[in-house]
Ligand binder design. Structure first.
Ligand code: 13P
Length: 341
């Protein structure tokens, strides 16, 4: 198969209707924070056991097209010795991998950040392919303040996303392009919309400059929401209206799917917001789906708490959250469904 055929095959699998993507690609420090919140030690065995319990949950292929893995997970196995990427493939779920290497300050742009990891990326992708990965993810973050993101921050981050996406496509990997406008701060929904519009505009301009084929990528943006410390929370209808408006202004129709991150929203909140988009604004040029990490995994981790005897309860929590988000993908979610266990 050449790179183009691979891209066609992978994107078709990642955009199947009624499903989304699970982000399970927390880096070592991030999974450490999530584990600490439920009293679990951040050991390699705990990370393996936890991710194995999710991936071996029966029937997840009904709700998921893909799972984004952390590099380490590509080499780990389920309790019966099956490699975890093989476990996913047997469920009909495409394994992907986070390929960025974290972030740090962007010199010249005080307050802004930039992500590392382009060096040797093509060679790393070849290794990840051997281990079963077929798509990739790269995240740039945009802190919001009166000054941030700066024009330089917006340009530099767009350039990184586009260079990453171009390398991926050359290697036959579908890139998930993730520009995350952070929820931290007390800014308004309107300020988030203004920043997000500038960010997405720059990202697609850079993708165009780098000859990235829009038909073979997935956009993973943040929803348009007020900052966490803003005095008033927005309703799902307000979030949906603002988010769809910004996307329509900036995301070309050639992009097949927009899979949102949850970015610190609660599980039911993220589901309700996604639902409001699909229920209130059907018929958009792109699918509107999910690629949540925290908003899917939080209840799973709480139910598990590192104990083997809780594995079945954790699987029930996982399946439930997936079912709710698949309903939101169709615009058929109601908070009343949450009681359904
Ligand atoms: P959240 O859904 O927790 O924001 O995570 C998505 C993700 O992959 C961040 O890179």
């Amino acid at each position: 198969m050449n790179a183009e055929e691979e891209l066609q095959r992978t994107i078709a699998a990642l955009v199947r209707p009624d499903r989304g993507i699970l982000a399970a690609d927390e880096s070592l420090p991030t999974i450490g924070k999530r584990f600490a919140a439920v009293g679990v030690d951040n050991t390699e065995e705990n990370r393996r056991a936890y991710r194995a319990l999710m991936f071996t949950t029966e029937g997840i292929g009904e709700y998921l097209n893909g799972v984004i893995l952390f590099e380490e997970t590509l080499d780990q196995t389920a309790d019966d010795g099956t490699p975890l990427p093989v476990v996913l493939a047997r469920q009909g779920v495409v394994p992907g991998v986070k390929v960025d290497k974290g972030k740090g300050p962007l010199p010249g742009a005080p307050g802004d950040q930039v992500t590392y990891g382009l060096d040797g990326l093509a060679e790393r992708l070849a290794q990840y392919r051997e281990k079963g990965a077929r798509f990739a993810k790269w995240r740039e973050v945009y802190p919001v303040s009166e000054r941030n993101p700066t024009p330089l921050g917006i340009e530099a981050n767009a350039e990184m996303l586009a260079r990453y996406a171009a390398v991926c496509q050359a290697e036959g990997f579908v890139p998930i392009v993730e520009p995350e406008v952070l929820i931290d701060g007390d800014h308004s929904l309107e300020r988030c919309a203004e920043v997000s519009e500038a960010v997405l505009h720059a990202v697609f301009h850079a993708l165009h400059r780098h000859r990235v084929v829009l038909e073979y990528l997935i956009l993973k943006p943040s929803m348009i929401v007020p900052g966490r410390d803003h005095p008033r929370k927005a309703t799902p209808e307000e979030v949906a209206e603002a988010t769809v408006r910004v996307l329509r202004r900036t995301v070309p129709a050639a992009v097949p799917s927009v899979n949102f991150l949850s970015g610190g929203q609660g599980p039911e909140e993220a589901t309700a917001n996604l639902n409001a988009m699909n229920a209130g604004f059907p018929g958009q040029p792109w699918a509107l789906s999910f690629s949540f990490a925290r908003a899917i995994q939080e209840p799973v981790m709480v139910a598990w708490a590192g104990r083997a005897r809780n594995v079945e309860a954790a699987r029930r929590a996982f399946r439930h959250r997936l079912r709710m988000n698949a309903a939101a993908r169709r615009g058929e979610y109601r908070p009343g469904l949450e009681g359904g266990g």
